[in-house]
Design a protein around this ligand. Structure first.
Ligand code: NDP
Ligand code: 2IT
Length: 447
């Protein structure tokens, strides 16, 4: 059979077997569309049905999460953990708490994670989990009770050699604390390596908090270097104002860029003189308020309720909020305004139509599974420190992160060129990640 028609058939089967899971379909399509030339070069992958096996999660866990709110009312949420692939190491990937979470979102994220983790070269498999719980407006006590109930069920599927969660949207240092504290109590073991993103005061790695945002900026810097350009002096916009966005802004500013806009799900802040990051950190990390409050404090800044951050002119755009937040209309506006580089801090933030426009225009485009791999890489460094009961300095860990991101960039760049698509980091990342997983799966036989 022709490889292209084989791939079409596999995709149709994925859609049939996973009805209604549109984000999962989108993620699968993007990866397997890159794989025609790989099957041509490595016919053994088709013979052993590697693609078909990679598209089927090894295990999917769905569970009830009951808890009691501050008014004494019983609440019921749904919990998920999709253990996608363990060919390269224990399942590894974050937990997302957001009302939009359903199986299709967790599966798309777990699928992406498998390739992302492979590209890092670290010994980690792919997984994702979470819940439709909405932490917004909940008290600390409610978040704690929810986390305790969630982990009471999930703990039996976790372990430092089995499955190692971390944070994602709606899961930060506070939630990781509650999850780890309850896990420790249930298993009666101080198993630091069971979760990453812990506070450095009790087993977490320095730089993990900063890693995804910093790593994304290192990736942009590498893409620009290939084009004999530098981030220094560039005008940038970043979507979101959460963990990834804040530390992407921090590194952009450290490297001399001017960040003029960021956002949350309600609106956009445009501050032409440059976003004051200390204010964003206080509003978002400490006070858990909305980005609109920034404008009340900074008279030069404008708040645009319901606006699109992509309407603000920039040379570099970093989508750091959520999936499909940057569509074709946004891509056209960015290109018309002279944008020369886009790197995805978030997972799958650009729609397929937007990615095509970026490629057609020949700008630098870094897909999430490469550009945001700094977070999970530093999680793997945290696992390494936990396993050896060691704690590295900030400087040393940041240096490691920088090396990893430069290697990720080089791998994607060289793989794209090897397969005849120079400069296409989507194809480079998909093929480089796929081959690593495929080789391990081949070695293990039919499992
Ligand atoms: P946070 O919860 O810290 O921040 C999320 C930000 O995105 C918030 O500003 C939030 O706004 C905004 N946002 C979330 N959902 C939507 C939505 N539906 N529409 C518009 N804005 C939205 O999450 P992170 O910063 O950790 O994650 C951001 C992205 O980065 C996600 O795609 C995640 O998968 C990805 N990622 C995260 C990594 C990590 O280490 N944390 C690693 C790699 C990727 P609001 O407050 O209004 O909801
Ligand atoms: O999407 C991601 O890579 C993450 N949310 C981080 C996963 C991790 O295990 O650190």
């Amino acid at each position: 059979m022709q490889n292209d028609s084989r791939i079409n058939q596999i995709f149709e089967q994925v859609v049939r077997r996973n009805p209604g899971e549109t984000e999962f379909h989108q993620a699968v399509k993007e990866v397997i569309e890159s794989l025609g030339p790989v099957l041509h070069k490595h016919p053994q992958y088709a013979e052993h049905k590697i693609i078909e096996r990679i598209c089927e999660p090894e295990r999917q866990i769905i569970f009830r999460v009951p808890w009691v709110d501050d008014r004494g009312e019983v609440q019921i949420n749904r919990g998920f953990r999709v253990q996608f692939n363990s060919a390269l190491g224990p399942y590894k990937g974050g937990l997302r708490f957001h009302p939009s979470v359903y199986l299709g979102i967790i599966k798309f994220l777990g699928f992406e994670q498998t390739f992302k983790n492979a590209i890092t070269g670290m010994p980690i498999g792919g997984a994702k989990g979470g819940s439709d719980f909405d932490p917004k407006g909940r008290s600390d006590a409610e978040v704690m009770r929810f986390c305790q109930s969630f982990i009471l069920e999930l703990h039996r599927h976790l372990g430092e050699y089995t499955d190692v969660p971390a944070g994602d949207i709606g899961v930060g240092a506070r939630e990781i604390g509650y999850l780890f504290g309850q896990y420790k109590r249930i298993v009666n073991r101080y198993e630091s390596g069971v979760i990453t993103g812990k506070s450095p005061q009790w087993g977490g790695a320095l730089v993990r908090r900063e890693a995804t945002g910093y790593g994304c900026v290192y990736f942009v810097d590498e893409m620009l270097k290939v084009r004999d350009q530098s981030i220094d002096g560039m005008s940038c916009v970043v979507s979101g104002s959460g963990n990834v966005a804040i530390y992407a802004i921090e590194k952009l500013q450290q490297l001399g860029a001017q960040v003029v806009a960021c956002s949350d799900s309600n609106g956009v802040i445009h501050d032409p003189h440059g976003i004051r990051l200390d204010a964003v950190k206080r509003l978002k990390e400490v006070e858990r308020r909305r980005i609109r409050d920034y404008a009340a404090e900074h008279r030069d800044a404008r708040y645009i309720e319901g606006g699109s951050v992509w309407d603000i002119p920039c040379q570099v755009a970093l989508p750091c909020a959520t999936q499909n937040e940057l569509d074709e209309r946004a891509a056209r506006t960015l290109l018309a305004n002279g944008c020369i580089a886009v790197a995805e801090g978030a997972n799958m933030p650009s729609t397929p139509g937007a990615v095509k426009l970026f490629h057609d225009a020949g700008i630098a485009f870094g897909p999430g599974k490469a550009a945001n791999a700094g977070g999970v890489s530093t999680s793997a460094l945290e696992m390494q420190q936990n396993a050896s009961r060691d704690a590295w300095t900030f400087e040393f860990t940041e240096q490691r992160l920088n090396e990893i991101m430069r290697n990720v960039h080089r791998d994607c760049y060289e793989t794209a060129a090897e397969y005849g698509n120079s400069g296409n980091y989507v194809i480079g990342a998909n093929i480089a990640g796929f081959i690593r997983v495929a080789e391990a799966m081949l070695a293990f036989g039919v499992i």
